[in-house]
Write a protein that binds this ligand. Sequence first.
Ligand SMILES: Cc1cc2nc3c(=O)[nH]c(=O)nc-3n(C[C@H](O)[C@H](O)[C@H](O)COP(=O)(O)OP(=O)(O)OC[C@H]3O[C@@H](n4cnc5c(N)ncnc54)[C@H](O)[C@@H]3O)c2cc1C
Length: 472
Amino acid sequence: MTKSDIIIIGSGLGGLEVALMMAMEGRKVLVLERQHQAGGCMQSFRRGKLAHDTGLHYVGGLSEGGQLYDAFKSLGLMTLPWRQMDADCFEEIYVGGRKFCWPQGKKRFIAAMKRYFPNEEKGLDLYGELLDCTDELWLQKTNAWEYLTSIISDPLLLQILSAPATCKMELRKETLPLFTYVHGTAPFIESSWRLAADGNRLVSCLTEQIRALGGEVLTDKEVVALKEKDGRIVCAVCADGTSYGADIFVSNAHPAVTCSLVEECSQMKKVFRRRMSMQPNTFGIFTLHLQLRSDSLPYFNHNKFVFAASDCWDMAIDRSLTVKGIMMSARIAEEGESVTNIDILTPMLWEVVKDYEGSKLFHRPKAYEEMKARVAEQCIALAEKAIPGLGEKVVKTWSSTPLTYRDYNMTPEGSAFGFRKDFSSPMMTIVSPKTQIPNLFMTGQNLMLHGLHGVTMTASYTCQEIKNSTIP
Ligand SMILES: Cc1cc2nc3c(=O)[nH]c(=O)nc-3n(C[C@H](O)[C@H](O)[C@H](O)COP(=O)(O)OP(=O)(O)OC[C@H]3O[C@@H](n4cnc5c(N)ncnc54)[C@H](O)[C@@H]3O)c2cc1C
């Protein structure tokens, strides 16, 4: 059995960032990933000549001095080919037969909203202050929906201010903390960026640095048990029978999965395990990947949101299979100026795919494929409101559902953003990276915030807790 200083279970963005941050501190790190490819939600896949992304479409806060800039710079990620999205309109929103644009920069954004909604000046000033708010505790304890409806009275403006969040967080009136809303919105208004490469480039940028510092990232290594001795984890046992020892273990897997790896008789209390496995998760996402005929559509440097329904806080597809709204994101083409592929995203509840949960990847029943085709058809019909004739430009499509995410990333119910954060429950707004086992920590989107910005903040939080601990 080989021994490392720190073993990280899972190579999602959170796992890789913790591994790199700790390797930079001089620790010998080992990442164990169950999939054949590293990256979790950051990974991309190739079909024919084109790469398609899964959980990376755009990032906020990468301008110099921006909310994510320093962290990405220190992780070597600012060397990647980031391209800023359209400064005058990075989010284009179609609702009720009208089109609205979000410009970048807080002042320009608020001014644009005031031009659309001159009667809402006061509320929009308060919204501007909210985007700058640094009182994290207040944000955590406040219900996002209640706060927004207390400052904004025009339902259409509320829809416009929430539209880009529909595929970035679970817009849930009863639970969403203002903390999640602000952290998932403000960095993007500050500045928004696309990667002129696929997500695997970001993943390899992190893995190459980890290896250069003497660490290792192993794939096809599903951790099936964490063995404990004298109150500490001593080794991670993989499905292929190999074992790896370390002083410290960090799990990037969903906390419910982490708990299932620890033996029954361990120090981890039953109440903690129950809490981690019973906590509700956010909805999943249905993604339709479109490959377009070459030179059929000029590149558009913004996202397009199209809504059929007037309440984007209730948008997830349920068993009725009605698509209520979509987000469209174009990839920067690998060659030429035209769009080669577009992703269409829309939230989907687990109940839609639950009947097929026993099926395996690439061997799904016909009814599942038919369900996906029905949803895809509606997505394209909605997309045509923003891009007339889009359907005729499509050469091929692929789609994924929450079931796909469950099977690739082991996220319960294929949840897109992990634990549903709840403003009314302090324990479920921020989950500590520490567990009751002193040398077992957690990281990733389930703990504090999701998305590239949130997971990076959470990775720093995990590393801080490791450094503060008394473990050598
Ligand atoms: C459809 C979609 C689109 C998104 N778009 C954006 C976007 O445009 N911008 C943005 O900022 N965010 C976006 N996000 C969110 C972002 O992708 C995620 O918040 C982030 O990637 C999560 O990273 P993570 O490290 O927490 O977890 P994950 O990526 O889920 O990684 C967990 C890893 O652990 C591995 N693992 C689990 N169990 C084991 C085990 N037993 N042994 C070994 N390995 C294990 C998994 O295989 C996986 O690789 C999107 C998410 C989705 C679903």
